[in-house]
Write a protein that binds this ligand. Structure first.
Ligand code: UD1
Ligand code: CA
Length: 474
């Protein structure tokens, strides 16, 4: 049977108290609507769903942009309830089955949805509901069954009597309908409830009254059907999704020392025998190789790390790091940093748009921006590129085997030739030829007896010292 997947995502999300539509809020870095779309795309790849439709309303354009081109969009201009949302799509629907899911349930798994299809077929149902048994059913619609156990309806919390409120079996708002049967009952739904909305849940009662078969599938894992209505739910979903991601990594052979403080995005890949130490955030399209030691205190965004990389207390953004590199503690590696095999970035080092060649080291207190550093270069402590003149950025090139004295300033554009040396404390503004020493330093003068003079002459005030300094300069 052909099937359309319909995601309800038009709602106001009032309980989020946000300036943004609820379904745009992210779970593990991805808007919740996108998690739901992904689950349906999985069903599409299994041949269970033919088309994906999304009902949008609040922030419609942004929601549509987040979802992208894989879905058909239906606008619900006025938000008058979940049944009203489905009605907006009625004219577009031509499939025999309609799978309805809400955009605020990002934890739903494709396998669970597939189970709905199986039961639906087996029981010849008009509708198959995904239900869950919750210790605390607060906020959900309750499943009402007759004495024989057949579903006769769903009652929303606001309309439920105390007896109904005690029911722990809840509606997850995930339904597989025979579209023809739903189409028949939709016009009979009335907004005669506490909220004054057209409730899709009423379709269940109307179908039961008409003698249709109402089937249910109970979610094996009740956390999967969490509907996010407020920020508390959002944090719960974040934690559950995070645990899922970490579990997958661990199953793939990654050690996670402290899952409570490891944050790994859904698209991140981590190689075998890599250890993620406490307080690590891996985001975006980051890829980490095998045998790495990451953390503690590391944030990596959209970067690629090779094998055997060690990184501690550092932030990396859009970087490429080759095998065997060591980074940190306390390093900030900004976009365009490329660290070649076996290189080392030490303590309090910042890089930007910089290539560090094989085996080269920048061990302490340096800033390298727009620099191209060859292999086996040692950059002494405190060396920096003066790459920005206030108008534009200029390159610094340091060729292979150069030895950079501590506190060298590279007044870019400038080039240090292969095997050249710079004297400590030099401001290098001219190219240094290969093998040469570039040194730029005024001669040191020592003033004998300075300290004694200071205590003998005058009353030791600043003015006295200034006189002496003037003396020396003359
Ligand atoms: C709904 C169900 C409830 C169920 C719960 C599960 C109804 C009446 N109630 O309640 O039985 O236990 O989900 O999470 O269906 N939406 C629209 N247009 C609208 C209203 C809502 O597109 O006019 C969308 C929202 O964006 C949201 C979804 O429908 O993604 C559900 O709406 P929400 O207001 O969260 O329903 P609940 O009160 O949670
Ligand atoms: Ca909800």
């Amino acid at each position: 049977m052909s099937c359309a997947g319909l995601i309800l995502a038009a709602g106001e999300g009032t309980r989020m108290k946000s300036r943004m539509a609820k379904v745009l809020h992210t779970v593990c870095g991805k808007p919740m609507i996108c998690w739901v779309v992904e689950a349906l795309e999985d069903l599409r790849s299994r041949g269970l769903v033919d088309r994906i439709l999304v009902v949008t309303g609040r922030d419609a354009e942004r929601v549509e942009e987040a979802v992208g081109s894989g879905a058909v969009f239906v606008r619900q201009e006025e938000r008058r309830g979940t049944a009203h949302a489905v009605m907006q799509a009625a004219d577009l629907l031509e499939e025999e089955l309609l799978l309805v899911v809400t955009g605020d349930s990002p934890l739903i798994r494709p396998g669970t949805l597939a189970e709905l299809f199986r039961v639906h077929r087996e029981t010849d149902a008009w509708v198959t509901l995904l239900t869950a048994r919750l210790e605390d059913p607060t906020g959900y619609g309750r499943i009402i069954r007759d004495l024989q156990g057949a579903v006769v309806g769903v009652v929303e919390e606001g309309d439920a009597n105390p007896e109904e409120r005690a029911i722990k079996e809840v509606n997850t708002s995930t339904y597989l309908f025979l579209w023809e049967r739903l189409r028949e009952v939709l016009p009979r739904i009335r907004p005669d409830n506490a909220k004054g909305e057209f409730y899709l849940t009423d379709a269940v009662r109307l179908m039961a009254e008409a003698g249709g078969v109402i089937s249910t599938v109970e979610a094996a894992d009740p956390t999967e059907v969490l509907g996010i209505n407020d920020r508390l739910h959002l944090a719960q979903a974040e934690r559950i999704m995070r645990e899922r991601i970490l579990r997958r990594l661990m199953e793939e052979g990654v050690t996670v020392e402290d899952p409570a403080t490891a944050y790994v995005g859904p698209e991140v890949k981590v190689g075998r025998d890599t250890t993620i130490r406490p307080f690590v955030i891996l985001e975006g399209k980051t890829v980490i190789g095998e045998d790495c030691l990451v953390g503690p205190g590391v944030r990596i965004v959209d970067s690629v790390l090779g094998k055997g990389v060690r990184v501690e207390q550092a932030v990396l953004r859009e970087c490429v790091v080759e095998d065997g590199v060591s980074i940190g503690p306390f390093a900030s590696l900004r976009p365009g940093t490329h660290l070649m095999e076996g290189s080392k970035i030490g303590t309090f080092v910042e890089t930007k748009k910089t290539v560090v060649g094989r085996g080269s080291k920048i061990p302490h207190l340096s800033y390298m921006g727009d620099a191209h550093i060859g292999s086996n270069v040692n950059v002494g402590a405190g060396s920096i590129t003066c790459n920005y003149d206030g108008v534009s950025k200029h390159p610094t090139v340091i060729e292979d085997d150069a030895f950079i004295g501590s506190d060298t300033m590279f007044i870019a554009p400038v080039r240090v030739g292969r095997g050249a040396v710079t004297g400590a404390g030099s401001a290098i503004s001219q190219d240094v030829p290969p093998g040469a020493l570039g040194i730029e330093r005024s001669r040191q003068r020592n003033i004998p007896g300075w300290r004694n003079k200071k205590s003998e002459v005058g009353d030791g005030t600043e003015g006295d010292n200034q006189e002496k300094v003037d003396d020396i300069q003359r």
